[in-house]
Write a protein that binds this ligand. Structure first.
Ligand code: SF4
Length: 390
């Protein structure tokens, strides 16, 4: 699957109403005036890129509003951003347009406005279906919110609905995880993302771990939880199409796939990252500096790097192997290196990779060691490990 699979636009909305204890993302606490200024900067940023036409005349295949919590913005603000993006970049007729939302931050009326304006997919951060577990990590809202908001999204006309879940939460057991999986399956979303909790630098959760208030996540238990998720979700009709993502047939997220299969994406908003024309670049992670740059008619880009073909290849291997389908050797071009093929044979013999025809993918065991498999493959090419990340 080493081919470019489309063009995406990512809009980073850097506001939340409060910070969850585990979260290390760049964000600001939502204030209406700061949000107004930000929306106006983001519209300017779109216009500046519109003059540069990063994707030529080709329309977008996906637009993704992520954050932060995009739905801290009013529906009308989100709609004006979507309409401007459509007008400037063009949108394929079957494009996926996703908005991330906190279950507490939307109403039926707001959801209906978003659906009517062209949002096709909504992604709710459920995280757990156990109220105590949510409280342990400072997550606002309730399990009941999640249940009600999925029903409201359906009533508003959304078919494609994702729920995010986390495992390895403080106090979570294999039984409460199973109960959360059963509870989300009962809501029949089209898509589920399951992420292992990691303790990030500088978070309240890290402080609680350091003070011995909360234990470090238990890796063995998290592995069991990952296996259980695959088993239960498969039984419930979901395919694991990527390490952390499950979907009903036909509902794999285009935005996700674009990232893992070498597609191009333009990221706007503070801290957003882009990959366009073999170049990676990222915006400043500071709302004030971001606004100032755009006020002065300049792009808020902080870092930019044209990837050498070898680095590009390395990233495509690492990201492509996250997909259940893996990568294809059919396009022998850059992958037809004897040293790489030798290493692949070794990893197959070790039970970490599987080969079906020209398709190479991680085995169930390989998925657990995805990072070290990637490091091994890259080492065989004597390439840098720059692309190894989760
Ligand atoms: S809602 Fe999401 S982005 Fe906001 S603080 Fe919580 S985890 Fe972070």
């Amino acid at each position: 699957m080493l081919q470019t699979t489309g063009r995406g636009l990512y809009l980073h909305i850097p506001f939340c109403h409060q910070r969850c204890h585990f979260c290390a993302f760049y964000l600001e606490i939502h204030r209406p005036r700061a949000a107004d200024t930000f929306v106006s900067s983001l519209l300017t940023e779109m216009r500046l890129y519109g003059e540069r036409r990063p994707f030529g005349e080709q329309p977008l295949d996906s637009i993704y509003f992520g954050g932060g919590t995009p739905t801290t913005l009013a529906p009308q603000q989100l709609i004006s951003l979507l309409l401007t993006a459509k007008h400037i970049f063009g949108l394929a007729y079957d494009a996926e347009v996703t908005v991330e939302a906190h279950p507490e931050s939307v109403t039926l009326e707001g959801l209906s406005q978003l659906r009517d304006a062209g949002f096709t997919r909504i992604s709710f951060g459920a995280e757990s279906m156990d109220q105590q577990e949510l409280q342990q990590v400072g997550r606002p809202g309730s399990v009941l919110n999640t249940i009600q908001v999925v029903a409201a999204a359906r009533e508003a006309g959304f078919i494609d609905i994702n729920l995010d879940l986390m495992y390895g939460l403080p106090g979570q057991t294999i039984d409460t995880w199973a109960a959360s999986l059963r509870a989300v399956s009962a809501l029949v979303p089209t898509h589920l993302s399951c992420y292992a909790l990691t303790i990030e630098e500088g978070t309240r959760l890290q402080m609680a771990v350091q003070q011995g208030i909360v234990p470090d996540p238990d890796e063995v238990l998290q592995n069991e939880m990952e296996d259980l998720a695959e088993e239960m979700l498969n039984q419930a009709g979901y395919d694991r199409y990527e390490i952390s993502n499950y979907s009903r047939p036909g509902y794999a997220s285009r935005h996700n796939c674009l990232h893992w299969t070498g597609g191009q994406y333009l990221g706007l908003g503070p801290s957003a990252q882009s990959y366009v024309g073999g170049r990676r670049f990222g915006n400043v992670s500071d709302l004030v500096v971001y606004n100032q740059a755009l006020d002065n008619g300049a792009l808020p880009v902080e870092e930019s790097e044209q990837l050498a073909p070898a680095d590009d290849l390395c990233e495509r291997i690492v990201f492509g192997l996250r997909m259940t389908d893996g990568i294809s050797l059919a396009d022998r071009g850059p992958l037809a290196r004897p040293e790489l093929l030798r290493k692949i044979e070794e990893l197959i013999a070790d039970g970490l990779l599987d080969r079906r025809g020209e398709q190479i993918s991680l085995t169930a065991r390989g998925r657990r060691y995805a990072d070290s498999v990637a490091v091994d493959l890259l080492a065989s090419l004597a390439l840098p490990e720059a692309g190894v990340s989760h």
